[in-house]
Design a protein around this ligand. Structure first.
Ligand code: SAM
Ligand code: DTB
Ligand code: SF4
Length: 332
């Protein structure tokens, strides 16, 4: 079956609204045709610069303007980050994602430090990912040359609803950074959040944008909102597992080869609920006791879940070689 980039919104709506067991069955079939259904990518997140962000994302505990319990922390030191990456590798992660509460990357000493972090983690044989806010083409190339494998930049929701959630940047800003990442040869990670107060049409709209990009993102994180006290969305109702399942299954059918990541929100899901998500085509998770600032299931609980569900971790760099940094090229 060919990979399609010409899905219409109507087709996506029909898939999304199909009877849930049919939807799961179809997604599971697509998943089995394109991927090993027992293989799940295990990623670890680390917040390398926490809080104090100038943006106004209504869901985010790290926005400076909301009064949350998040403590501001300047950029971590390179060796601290490398120690955390080594620990993540030892506990079975093959992808290490470093997040910074920045609006955008600036060309300063902090960026140079991040480049060193990227070089160090890539040197350990892990897939390195960063999520640092907006990037220029030049900055994307510098990250790539340092050995960056993937860049996370979420669309979060539909273009129409975006302004209700974030006013300090536009949807086009987001798409532009994704294009810089894509054109620099870095793997694209982009998805969104459900439970922000959006309609089902907004979810369909976001999936439509992702599935009609010239190339699908290699990873699509599906987050359930983690409501955090002090943010404008603190009282949002919890999304039901069926909404997560519909989102994951639809993403799987539209983008058969993408890694669909069951991201934020797992801490409130049972093993049975997560099993439905894996059946519907999720094949990646964040492991480790913390996401960026909020709790995630304990490592031992996830190990037990992998055993019960007969899942095994996906090896690093399955889709291609590790990026070679300039330092690793021997002088001729
Ligand atoms: N500042 C950068 C940016 O916004 O791109 C990178 C870090 S930001 C925290 C990364 C992503 O985390 C956001 O795009 C959003 O999708 C997700 N996120 C943040 N807070 C969340 C929450 N409370 N619940 C679920 N996902 C959340
Ligand atoms: C993504 O889609 N989800 C992760 C990662 N990409 C950077 C972040 C989730 C953050 C949840 C809230 C927190 O822990 O601060
Ligand atoms: Fe800042 Fe990113 Fe949080 Fe928005 S999501 S407030 S840009 S850290």
């Amino acid at each position: 079956m060919t990979i399609r980039n010409d899905w219409t919104r109507e087709e996506i709506a029909t898939i999304y609204h199909s009877p849930v067991l049919d939807l799961i069955y179809r997604a599971a079939t697509v998943h089995r045709r394109h991927n090993d259904p027992q293989e799940v990518q295990v990623c670890t997140l680390l917040s390398v610069k926490t809080g104090g962000c100038p943006e106004d994302c209504a869901y985010c505990p790290q926005a400076a303007r909301y009064h949350t319990n998040v403590k501001v922390h300047k950029l971590m030191e390179v060796d601290e980050v490398l120690t955390a990456a080594r620990n993540a590798k030892e506990s079975g992660s093959t992808r290490f994602c470093m997040g910074a509460a920045w609006r955008e990357v600036r060309d300063n000493r902090d960026f140079d430090k991040v480049l060193d972090m990227v070089k160090g983690v890539n040197g350990m044989g892990m897939e390195v990912c960063c999520t640092l806010g907006m990037l220029t083409r030049e900055q994307a190339l510098k990250l790539r040359d340092a050995g960056l494998y993937a860049y996370n930049h979420n669309l979060d929701t539909s273009e129409e609803f975006y302004g209700e959630i974030i006013s300090t940047r536009t949807y086009d800003d987001r798409l532009e950074t994704i294009e810089h990442v894509r054109k620099s040869g870095i793997s694209v990670c982009s998805g969104g959040i459900i439970g922000l107060g959006e309609t089902v049409n907004d979810r369909i709209g976001m999936l439509h944008v992702l599935a009609t990009l010239p190339e699908h993102p290699e990873s699509v994180p599906v987050n359930a909102l983690v409501p955090v006290e002090g943010t404008p969305l603190e009282d949002q109702e919890r999304v039901s597992v069926w909404e997560m399942v519909r989102m994951i299954a639809t993403a799987r059918i539209l983008m058969p080869r993408a890694m669909v990541r069951l991201s934020a929100g797992r801490v409130r899901m049972s093993t049975e609920e997560q099993a439905l998500c894996f059946l519907a085509g999720a094949n990646s998770i964040f492991a480790g006791d913390k996401l960026l600032t909020t709790p995630n299931p304990e490592v031992d609980r996830d190990k037990e879940m992998f055993q019960v569900l007969n899942l095994h971790p996906r090896p690093a760099f399955k889709n291609g070689e590790a990026p070679v940094t300039f330092e690793q090229i021997p002088n001729l």
